[in-house]
Design a protein around this ligand. Structure first.
Ligand SMILES: [Zn+2]
Length: 225
């Protein structure tokens, strides 16, 4: 009659343990503790990520030290940029809390609403410089407005259409956003508007020189609003 000892002493069992033992230990550890990443990226409960943020805010408020910060941006700067999660705007520009207005949307596009914010920023809160920052690998370069409109119409089965301001040429897009701001009748000519591309692989900003100030570049076609 075979005993448990005979089974454990079996060479086949020993070989299986050597081959699959470490894997079994890793799988058991993950099942018990989770792998750390999945908790952040895929909250299992609806609202899980937001709940964690609310908890984090409780800790933040306990050490809150910005009570005296004025609403007027200290650097007198407004930045228009993409909502992309890879752009830590304050960090990449060396800004501290209270330094600048940051206006974000998909693509870093100057829409009517962006202009609205810039006008409030300048006339009511004293900003004197505007930056437009787009970035490499932007999701807005991966589709066309027609494609996304068609996809949403199929998905929600409602006949709607709206501009998404998708684009193909990154540099050209930045220049067009700069022109949209500069050419707005309520934006004073004395307010500098500068355009940049942020590289998500290197963290570096590259400035796009205004073609009207640099004869070396080919002037782009007139901007349409
Ligand atoms: Zn983007």
């Amino acid at each position: 009659m075979h005993t448990l000892f005979d089974f454990v002493a079996n060479p086949l069992f020993a070989m299986l343990m050597i081959l699959f033992g470490p894997l079994a230990i890793v799988l058991m550890y993950r099942a018990w503790h989770g792998d750390g990443r999945s908790k952040m990226k895929e909250p299992t409960v609806a609202g899980g990520a937001a709940n964690a943020m609310v908890q984090a805010n409780g800790l933040y408020a306990r050490r809150f030290g910005l009570r005296e910060l004025p609403a007027q941006p200290a650097q007198r700067l407004a930045v228009v940029t993409c909502m992309d999660a890879r752009l830590p705007v304050e960090q990449l520009l060396g800004l501290r809390p209270g330094d600048a207005h940051v206006i974000r949307n998909a693509g870093g596009i100057v829409t009517e609403d962006t202009i609205r914010s810039l006008l409030v920023s300048h006339y009511l809160l004293g900003t004197q410089e505007f930056l437009i920052i787009n970035h490499t690998d932007c999701g807005m370069m991966t589709f066309t407005d027609a494609e996304l409109n068609a996809r949403l119409q199929r998905t929600v089965e409602k006949k709607l259409a709206m501009p998404f301001y998708a684009f193909r040429d990154l540099d050209d897009n930045v220049r067009r956003q700069v022109q949209k701001v500069k050419s707005h009748p309520w934006v004073p000519a004395k307010v500098p508007v500068r355009g940049f591309v942020y590289d998500v692989r290197t963290g570096l900003l590259r400035e796009l020189v205004d073609p009207s100030k640099n004869s070396g570049e080919t002037p782009k076609k007139r901007v349409e609003h």
